[in-house]
Design a protein around this ligand. Structure first.
Ligand code: IDC
Length: 321
């Protein structure tokens, strides 16, 4: 009888610790450690270097169906710890205030999964960040107020400045204003600033970065079949002078988001990013008929995406990033 009781209590204890163990794991996943910029790197609360590996949505006006938990979870299983929500700022590219809700859904989904989220103000055809700055202010006021103090939010304030735009006259003043605006509410979150020439000229920014602000990083974007040694040289130069860089967008096709893949150049990029421990976010979560789409165009699923559902670029990236 005694034996039976002992066996029973051992068994109960096992079940209990098992259940608690699972619970602990879940709640751990739900709370990513707050990030800060230290030197050229991102570290967590205990000072450990964190390399962000992420996937970016396509424009959420065009592909809102992929902004859901099951979809993000699929990429998490394949190694992603970050999701970037691309919110195009130009009216012609689908800007609409009604899409704030989609961004919020995306943040919730990523937060539930314990993932980091980059809220991306996706300027593109509106090459100068000042063009739509009024809307940008409204956007970042809304989100920084709502998510102030959450440990998993990063703000990317201007995707890719381009055209007749300079760091000194346009981007830096824009960034300074937006940083002050965000910091009114969110004192700590990492803010990522776009750089001239579609976020390539990190070397120019490194000569005159933003001063007296914490947790600021600078964007570098590449499409491996177009952007090769000369952009990697910019990255090396900027990194060596101490500029904290995050690759908030890349693919291994050409800069149109389409065309042939260049895995040789992509391999060189990955090697360099790993060496410097620079984070990287892959463009784009959709099944659009273009080679940068991570999901193959014959796949209609918007969640529970498996390796077999990925496009060629998707497969290469998930294997090699
Ligand atoms: C591309 C999309 C494509 C869309 C186009 C215009 O892949 O489907 O039609 O934008 O909105 C960027 C931009 C990113 C581009 C991508 C590929 O940040 O918005 O997406 N790209 O051209 N910079 C360099 C390349």
């Amino acid at each position: 009888m005694k034996k039976k009781i002992i066996l029973f209590s051992v068994f109960t204890a096992m079940i209990l610790t098992g259940a608690l163990g699972i619970r602990a794991a879940v709640s751990q996943a739900a709370k990513p450690s707050p990030l800060q910029v230290r030197g050229t790197r991102i570290v967590n609360a205990s000072g450990k270097t964190i390399t962000l590996k992420g996937v970016s949505t396509h424009g959420i006006a065009w592909y809102p169906q992929y902004v859901n938990k099951s979809c993000f979870q699929s990429f998490k299983k394949m190694g992603a710890n970050t999701v970037r929500l691309a919110f195009y700022s130009d009216d012609a590219a689908g800007y609409s205030k009604s899409l704030y809700k989609k961004v919020e859904e995306g943040i919730q989904a990523a937060t539930d999964l314990g993932m980091y989220v980059v809220i991306d103000w996706h300027i593109l055809s509106d090459g100068n960040p000042k063009t739509n700055q009024k809307k940008a202010k409204e956007f970042f006021t809304h989100f920084s107020k709502k998510y102030a103090g959450k440990s998993n939010i990063l703000y990317e304030i201007c995707n890719e400045p381009n055209g007749n735009v300079t760091w000194e006259k346009d981007i830096k003043p824009y960034a300074s204003q937006m940083i002050s605006l965000i910091r009114k509410y969110d004192k700590k979150a990492i803010i990522i600033v776009g750089t001239p020439t579609w976020s390539q000229d990190v070397d120019i920014v490194a000569q005159n970065p933003i001063k007296n602000q914490k947790n600021i990083m600078y964007a570098l974007h590449f499409y491996a079949a177009t952007h090769k040694d000369w952009i990697r040289d910019k990255l090396k130069k900027a990194n060596q002078s101490g500029l904290p860089i995050l690759v908030t967008e890349f693919s291994i096709c050409d800069a149109s988001g389409n065309g042939a893949l260049d895995t040789k150049e992509a391999g060189k990029w990955m090697k360099l990013l790993k060496k410097y421990k620079i984070g990287r976010i892959a463009w784009n979560i959709s099944n659009k008929n273009e080679t940068s789409a991570l999901i193959k165009s014959s796949c209609q699923k918007t969640g529970n995406i498996k390796k077999g559902d990925l496009s060629k670029s998707g497969k290469w990236i998930m294997k090699n990033w």
